[in-house]
Write a protein that binds this ligand. Sequence first.
Ligand code: B12
Length: 236
Amino acid sequence: MSISQGIQFLKSRGINLFHAFDTPDIAGIIGNAVPDLDLNPYPTTVLTAHAGFKFWQSMKQAGIQGDDPVDQYSVLLAQEYAERFLNCEAKILYPSDYPISLMSIGEKAGWNYVTPMGISIHPSYGTWFAYRTLFLVKTQLTPTPRLVAEHPCESCMDKPCQTVCPSGAVTEIGSFNLETCARYRIRDDSPCSYQCQSRNICPVGAQYRYVPEQMKYHYRRSRNTMKRYFGSGAGN
Ligand code: B12
């Protein structure tokens, strides 16, 4: 089995972003979140992400049930990849309770450009991608070259994400106001409850927009978290 067969296996399940790091290159970011972990036995760290809706369809076909099918299926795929294609186990760092900054690691892979919406944009897939796993392996892989591209927002003159946001949270890059966004989203009648209008109107990677069921799943979860942090009183 070759490394590229492993990547093809993941792609066929909708995990279309894969980056192998030499572990020492991101040891600082990992160490901030998991200080007591000995990284020496693991020369390689793999970051994966899904983009678009294929992963969602694959997860449905696999019949994954439970409270968190996305994380559950992601971990299953990482483990199968490591066992079948690298002959080793995957030591999963994400998903987990470790507060690892995935955006910082994605930045090193070249996937992560900050948008006025706060979430990152990928040069090909737009904002329609999310990190699925970060795992350590004992096999040494050739590091993936960093994706080099221009920031997709730089050539966007109209900035429709800013004008379409009804809450006023989306302004300049780096100035996204999460609290303004959250307080608007958690209202009972909010048009942003289960979708983000700024994200929907962004032209980059529009063909990878999530299917409605997938969109609702992710927005319901983040909205519930926002309600816990920003909700005040009954009815919120
Ligand atoms: C907690 C969390 C949230 C919290 C916000 C936390 C906060 N700022 O206080 C809430 C629940 C609000 C949230 C919401 C969303 N999130 Co979020 N979130 C996370 C999570 C699990 C942990 C972040 C963290 O604390 N990291 C630890 C610290 C040390 O690392 P850090 O990089 O400095 O973390 C900061 C940023 O990640 C930032 N952050 C996290 N989420 C968001 C969202 C926005 C819009 C902004 C501005 C900042 C931000 O806040 C962190 C603390 O300052 C990460 C996964 C991860 N492990 O990185 C996903 C993550 C950042 N979220 C992600 C996504 C997609 C979303 C949503 C779009 C989900 C959805 N469909 O609704 C929404 C966007 C919010 C909105 N505008 O509607 C993706 C981003 C992928 C991408 N394309 O950039 C991540 C990486 C998860 C993933 N699996 O890919 N999220």
